[in-house]
Design a protein around this ligand. Sequence first.
Ligand code: HEM
Length: 295
Amino acid sequence: MQNYQPAILDPVPPLARYVFFSVASTHVAQLQQALGRLSTLADGQQLVVGLGTPLLDMLGGRVVGMHDFVPLQGLGVQVPSTPCALCCWLRGGDAGALLHLTRRLQQALAPALQLDQVVEAFRYNSGRDLTGYEDGTENPQGDAASAAALVQGAPAGRTGSSFMVVQQWLHHLDAFDAMGSAAQDNMIGRRRSDNAELDDAPPSAHVKRTAQESFAPEAFVLRRSMPWAQGQRCGLMFVAFGCSFDAFEAQMRRMVGLDDQILDGLFAISAPLTGMHFWCPPMNQGRLDWRALGF
Ligand code: HEM
């Protein structure tokens, strides 16, 4: 039986909800009971669960490698840190079913945790960002995906867990449209029409900034991002799973120009609104495994 939440390695679903909760009780026992009820809903397929430091701290749990998202101030850009207690990534193909699952979650977690925010997301054109560029091409595959995304070789209760970054980016599609297609391709470093990588892309191109083999040590993550939209606002829910936060943090620092004073071209058309770190517990016999937290 798998010891990780299986959806971490699965392709992104047609529809999703990211549901964020905050701590509403100071009673550890109440929080533990809420997580126990959450276990009965969390199959790791239609629901991926990640715990943030506000909740881990209340539970008195120290998870090796877990820390808050580090805010960054880059070349004229801000990357905020917005710690959150609990993230539930609800996955499916039916918006009504996701709404009802959200309600079941809310009921299971009350009164210890309260729902703060829901972001609705979707798959666009079989896996593109709303700019039309294919997203996820250079994700590691097979065993390399597991190695990048899952903690391995740690004691029971931690092996199979994963460190998840969630960052909501707000796109300015008018600015993107005004760029013209050559500038757009140079911003990403790939041609939108056929997804070919551009050898002569500028160093600010997103895929040059983040080229995973170019870091020392190599910085591989498993990205599972999805477009989001609410009224007139839209963007990308950037989600990356790692065996630690190291690879993501190295990429993010380079994107904002802290390595070499070159800013990632993406900032011309998008900005991060949030920055959250979560620890996704492993699974044991089909249930979330809380042994790392001592219960
Ligand atoms: C507005 C936000 C973002 C958009 C629209 C975006 C879009 C893309 C696109 C279109 C690609 C090329 C295809 C692919 O390999 O997936 C890509 C690659 C990549 N992105 Fe992003 N991305 C965003 C944010 C980020 C962030 C915040 C990180 C990490 C800090 C990141 C890390 C990567 C990595 C590692 C690659 C593959 C690079 C390689 O090894 O070739 N992206 N992204």
